[in-house]
Design a protein around this ligand. Structure first.
Ligand code: GAL
Length: 697
């Protein structure tokens, strides 16, 4: 068996050296749908590889991700590197037609790098040093650690980067998933250098941060602390800057690894991330070729899944994204686990991924861990090599993938006309200052993004979540919630968009802080007020008082923070009134200013509860009409339409029931079932529990 596989491998290697670049070009193009798993052959006897491959072929697994935790296998002692094991495994995979996403192994630094070197440890905000174990325990800011990372990456790329099985690279894995800002002395020294580069002189930093406050004034950059423990809180400017510095350094680590790889390999590069980690998504993606992420939703949490699909689709415009990990049934680690998926959920998770612009749907993991700390996590095969609870769902995904591939390869996700803004700086600022939060009212940037995304989705509006720096091309409606700092560049871009006919829903709680995380002194919202034709009269918390918003015929309670608005331009209208005995009557919580062909709508606060949701849904519907969105669909909540456009111009809808309750979608005209070619009349198309349909117009 082995000799047979080896022989085939050699023939395939020769063939692939001719066709390799063409095969690689497919990644990110969305012309082939990948179905994969995280594979750790280094954890099992080498003889198991042939059996694994045979099982993978049976299931239709056409890609595996390898190597992200295998540093000690690749470099068992400092400087002694050996990639022959992976070479042999890749030969076998390639011979069987299974592609490889090769990872750099820097997520798990080996013992020889950490032992006897406490100065290389990751140190958290409490000043606690991590010891060897788990992962992410070392400081990538330490020069020896960073150099060791780049050395292993260069050696790995040299040894394996041109292997024909390797269709893509993944840098590290989930940077900053277990840890946040690094307080290693090397990180702090780099921080001080970073500040010097950014501000030039210490006087400039003192002025920007207003360090006269509490006698914080610094005399030299090497005195500026990192925000470790103090008796009370740090200056907001310092805290936010430290977060952004760390996120930039993480993006630099990715860029440095990419540069090493690109010297030896032309395969496109990604990183597997999540939007909850302490990274800046926009800077992280800049050096990458395509986006990938992992997602472990419970079936009840399917909305977050769609947030991710709509966010990562735009992270590298024009390149299909990958779901690099999800669980086949349930996730788990020592002491905890999540519920196992209901039958049918995994299939629609995959269908929604592919339909919304994903090119790959991959599992964590192929075979249940027999050691380590994730023993209870589901996998396709059990540790004893038998099909698990997740096996049959994976078979169903594969059947769906095969049916979808010809349709999706010949079409693209339809460009979105609506978007929600994602700002990494905003997220960092909310982490520093959750304005409006108290014991009764938590404030969370991610939740706000998710809530606004849901408002658009439930209104049947196909949508993107776009990075703050992304162009607004193709959009007619933009919502920018909770972005405390509105930069000059962003405001200029939005003004152009609005004047050309776009509708910008600005807020709630957008504006109000400078780039340095200070309070503007010209107007509460700085330059935004002038453009929006408003004046913020008061800016104050509304938790614990009776404050009501009235708009769109609905009255709803307010909580959190509130900007009480007054029109300051003749054409600005009040579209939502504010009622509380704390301020005089007649002030607004929502305004609209028509500007050339478009409009700016400012929301000064966030209506709460079911009434608040109803009010915001009505406002979204109203402004979607005002923006003349042409791409809306009507579906019951919990059922999603992914609209696509085929190369020959026809429209394709993939309709998916995600909440497991079944639902229906209104077909605006007669259509055909793209899979069975059956005629579908205009009107309601019913979908059962976790059912999906492909509709051709
Ligand atoms: C991911 C991680 C994997 C594994 C998995 C378990 O976040 O990338 O390595 O730990 O979680 O759910």
């Amino acid at each position: 068996m082995n000799t047979w596989i080896r022989r085939l491998a050699v023939i395939a290697l020769l063939a692939a050296s001719l066709i390799g670049p063409a095969a690689r070009a497919a990644v990110g193009q969305g012309t082939k749908l990948y179905h994969g798993a995280a594979y750790y052959p280094e954890l099992w006897p080498e003889a198991d590889v042939a059996r694994d491959i045979a099982e993978m072929k049976k299931l239709g697994i056409n890609v595996v991700r390898v190597g992200e935790f295998a540093w000690a296998k690749m470099e068992p002692d400092e400087g002694r590197m050996d990639f022959s094991f992976f070479q042999r495994v890749f030969d076998q995979l390639h011979a069987a037609g299974i592609d490889v996403v090769l990872c750099t192994p820097t997520a798990t630094p080996p013992i020889w790098l950490s032992h006897g070197h406490p100065e290389r440890a990751f140190i958290d905000a409490e000043g606690r040093a991590m010891i060897h174990g788990a992962r992410q325990h070392m400081s990538y800011e330490n020069p020896e650690v960073r150099a060791a990372c780049l050395r292993i990456v260069a050696a790995e790329a040299t040894a394996l980067g041109r292997h024909p099985a390797v269709i893509a690279w993944q840098i590290d894995n989930e940077l900053k998933c277990h840890v946040a800002e690094d307080f290693n002395p090397s990180a702090i020294a780099n921080w001080q250098r970073w500040l010097e580069k950014r501000y030039g002189t210490i006087e400039a930093l003192n002025a920007a941060w207003g360090t006269e406050i509490w006698s914080q004034r610094y005399q030299r950059f090497d005195q500026v602390p990192a925000p470790l423990r103090t008796p009370f809180l740090h200056n907001a400017s310092l805290s936010t800057a430290y977060r952004m510095f760390n996120r930039e350094r993480t993006a630099d680590l990715v860029a440095e690894q990419c540069a090493e790889i690109r010297q030896h390999s032309s395969a496109p590069i990604t990183h597997n991330t999540m939007r909850w980690f302490s990274v800046g998504l926009e800077s992280l993606h800049a050096p990458l070729d395509f986006a990938s992420f992992d997602d472990y939703p419970s079936s009840k949490d399917w909305r977050n899944l769609i947030v991710d699909y709509d966010l990562f689709r735009g992270a590298k415009p024009g390149r299909a994204f990958w779901v690099m990990e999800t669980s086949v049934a349930h996730n788990g680690w020592l002491s905890n686990h999540e519920p196992a998926h209901p039958p049918g959920f995994l299939e629609v998770e995959a269908v929604a991924d592919y339909a919304l612009g994903g090119e790959a749907f991959c599992y964590w993991l192929w075979r249940q861990q027999r050691t380590g700390c994730e023993l209870p996590h589901s996998a396709i095969l059990s540790a004893w090599g038998k099909p698990t609870l997740g096996y049959a769902p994976v078979e169903r995904v594969e059947a769906a993938r095969r049916r979808l591939e010809p349709l999706l390869a010949a079409s693209q996700p339809a460009p979105s006309e609506a978007a929600v803004t994602w700002s990494d700086l905003a997220r960092a600022m909310w982490q520093t200052e959750p304005l409006g939060a108290n014991r009764t009212h938590p404030v969370d940037y991610q939740k706000a993004i998710g809530d606004w995304h849901s408002l658009l989705m439930d209104a049947g509006i196909p949508r993107d979540i776009r990075f703050e720096g992304a162009p607004l091309d193709g959009l007619k409606l933009l919502v920018t919630p909770m972005m405390p700092h509105v930069s000059v560049a962003f405001l200029a871009k939005v003004e152009k968009f609005v004047r050309a006919g776009g509708v910008w829903i600005c807020g709630p709680l957008t504006g109000g802080r400078t780039a340095e995380h200070t309070v503007p002194t010209d107007a509460a919202l700085g330059a935004l007020e002038k453009l929006a034709g408003i004046e913020v009269v008061y800016s104050f918390p509304v938790n614990g008082i009776d404050a009501q918003a009235e708009a769109a015929g609905v009255s709803a309670p307010l909580a959190g923070w509130c900007n009480a608005l007054r029109p300051a331009a003749p054409e600005t209208q009040i579209v939502g009134t504010l009622r509380t005995d704390r301020v005089e009557p007649g002030l607004a919580f929502a305004t609209e200013r028509p500007l050339d062909r478009g409009a700016i709508v400012v929301l000064g606060a966030e209506p709460q509860g079911d009434a608040g949701k109803t009010m915001l849904a009505k406002l979204v519907t109203h402004y979607a009409g005002r923006a003349a969105l042409g791409s809306r669909y009507t579906a019951t909540p919990g059922t999603l339409v992914a609209p696509r456009v085929a190369a020959d111009g026809h429209r394709l809808w993939i309709a998916v029931n995600l909440d497991g309750a079944g639902g229906e979608v209104q077909l605006p005209t007669a259509a055909t079932d793209a899979l069975t070619h059956a005629a579908l009349p205009a009107g309601a198309l019913k979908l059962g529990r976790y059912e999906w349909r492909a509709v051709r117009f």
